[in-house]
Design a binder for this molecule. Structure first.
Ligand code: ATP
Length: 499
């Protein structure tokens, strides 16, 4: 992981946010190559989930939302993590992270004090949350250490911390003028359900897909881009007839696993966690968490696929009592819309069930990079670092390199080849005229460029071998094979390789 983080900075994938002022914890900026990789991941997701299906619509809803949305969604009341303070140094931690990071014998002592088994960590956390006074004592007695100072802490009682970012809307700041930055993109889909149905005439089953930023004021952002405060999500809300939800849930689990595989994240590295009933979020009938085996971190959630029953539309609709809702929803007297759709068989209005595959773009990018990061020892004993990214994800598809940067003839031909390749719409093609061919190859291995095209003296008929005039060298990132290809055949050659 450390090597990957260093490569990300060195080669321009990811920088610390607000770095020149000392950085801002939990915020990262995507650099020249990071933005390309991120866009390519999002495009692959959109292609697979919107364009290649006949039952999906797209959406781009606003980030700041009416406080009523986040109130009726349940976020105001429940979107919180347990927080605990160390009185000795006034540092603040997320309770479950704090305990999880202790030595095994300390965790065992905490678990025993709470009457739980250390094997069942979620149950330990639930017991700590439910009994704050006992929790504070248990942590002190077990000798839970402060991760910052390394000393045993003097722990307060844990209390919930709401993770939503609140902001003032308009020039007057009063009790009525605040809104929230959305903590998930999902709510924009639910609030636009009626608009999408009315404007597209969709019938069940169908889905709405959205990619966008979400904001969570994480107590302890950490692990590079794994846990950040400004994140990006790729979410689908798939609406189906009650009774067909379990089948659709399985469908989406399968679909999503095969999508990850196509991005170079194999199934063998993803554990499917069928979340135990007692750990399910209040809205969920059943949830599969896809736990990817991140280097250093181990198995952590990369995507959640939840069966949310009729909770969301049921929470945001008016006339709740007339709709035969299954989910336990809070009363809503604020909504002005009835969020129903005709049942496909009876034509009676029904609140559909929702299957939600929700993946994080940042966590996807970290997984894709982790899988691609490879160190190889070459025949000559040298080591090379290479990012074996799938070509459709590579930030730069082809680098066109003039062998000498001070020879105008070579540079001009390279530029014209670059311009022709760029027109194919494959993604970014780079004119690499830094001069040193060996360095250029190393750099493009490290950033995952699948092909380098070199224009040399033979290409322009000024080398030793006249038969090579009007040909270029194409170097393959993975095999290191170099092939001479006619310039006239180059676009077709690369188009076939990169499709
Ligand atoms: P965790 O348990 O790790 O905090 P979560 O269960 O809160 O995650 P969800 O609410 O299910 O996560 O969000 C859906 C997806 O959004 C996650 O699978 C993850 O990929 C991404 N995500 C959530 N929180 C963050 C974060 N703080 N930083 C980066 N990605 C995140």
């Amino acid at each position: 992981m450390e090597e990957l983080v260093s490569l990300c900075k060195r080669r321009g994938f990811i920088f610390q946010g607000s770095e020149i002022y000392g950085g801002l914890q939990g915020f990262y900026d995507y650099g020249p190559l990071g933005v390309e990789l991120k866009n390519n991941i999002k495009a692959a997701w959109w292609r697979s989930n919107v364009y290649e299906r006949d039952d999906m619509e797209g959406l781009d809803a606003s980030i700041i939302m009416h406080r009523q949305v986040l109130r009726h969604s349940g976020h105001e009341a429940t979107f919180s993590d347990p927080m605990i303070d160390n009185r000795k140094n006034n540092k603040r931690y997320r309770l479950d992270h704090l305990v999880k990071d202790q030595k095994a014998d300390v965790i065992a002592k905490v678990a025993a004090a709470m009457g739980e088994s250390a094997e069942n960590f979620p149950a330990v956390v639930a017991a700590l949350n439910a009994n704050p006074a006992q929790a504070s004592q248990a942590l002190k007695d077990a000798g839970v250490r402060d991760p910052f100072s390394g000393e045993v802490g003097d722990w307060t009682e844990p209390k919930p911390f709401n993770m939503m970012f609140k902001t003032t809307i308009g020039p007057v700041a009063d009790d009525e003028s605040y809104g929230y930055l959305r903590p998930e993109t999902a709510q924009g889909i639910f609030t636009n359900f009626k608009n999408v149905v009315d404007s597209t005439s969709r019938r069940l089953p169908f889905g709405i897909a959205q990619i966008g930023k979400a904001f969570r004021n994480e107590i302890t952002p950490r692990n590079f881009i794994f846990r950040v405060r400004e994140l990006e999500q790729m979410e689908i809300e798939f609406f189906c007839t009650p009774g067909t939800d379990e089948e659709w849930h399985e469908h989406w689990l399968e679909k999503r696993l095969s999508w990850w595989e196509a991005q170079g994240v194999p199934r063998s590295k993803i554990e499917i966690l069928d979340v135990p009933k007692e750990d399910l979020a209040h809205y969920s009938k059943r949830t599969y968490d896809l736990m990817y085996d991140y280097p250093t971190l181990g198995h952590e959630e990369i995507e959640g696929i939840a069966n949310r029953s009729d909770y969301d539309l049921g929470s945001h609709t008016k006339n709740q009592s007339e709709l035969g809702l299954v989910a336990n929803v809070e009363e809503n007297l604020d909504s002005i819309a009835k969020l129903t759709i005709p049942h496909p068989e009876t034509n009676k209005p029904v609140v559909p069930f929702v299957i939600e595959p929700s993946a994080g773009v940042d966590r996807a990018l970290l997984a894709v990079l982790s899988e691609a990061f490879t160190k190889e020892t070459l025949e000559n004993g040298n080591e090379r670092i290479v990012l074996k990214l799938r070509p459709h994800l590579a930030p730069i598809k082809v680098a066109v390199i003039p062998l000498a940067r001070n020879k105008a003839e070579l540079v001009e031909l390279a530029r014209s080849i670059k311009n022709d390749l760029q027109k194919l719409g494959l993604g970014r093609i780079l004119l690499e005229d830094s001069g040193n061919i060996g360095k250029a190859y190393r750099r493009h291995d490290e950033v995952g460029t699948p092909y380098c095209v070199t224009v040399d003296f033979d290409t322009v008929g000024k080398g030793d071998d006249a038969t090579l005039t009007d040909t270029v060298t194409v170097r393959d990132r993975d095999t290191l094979a170099q092939e001479r290809v006619k310039i006239s055949e180059l676009t077709a050659y690369l188009q076939a390789k990169l499709k």
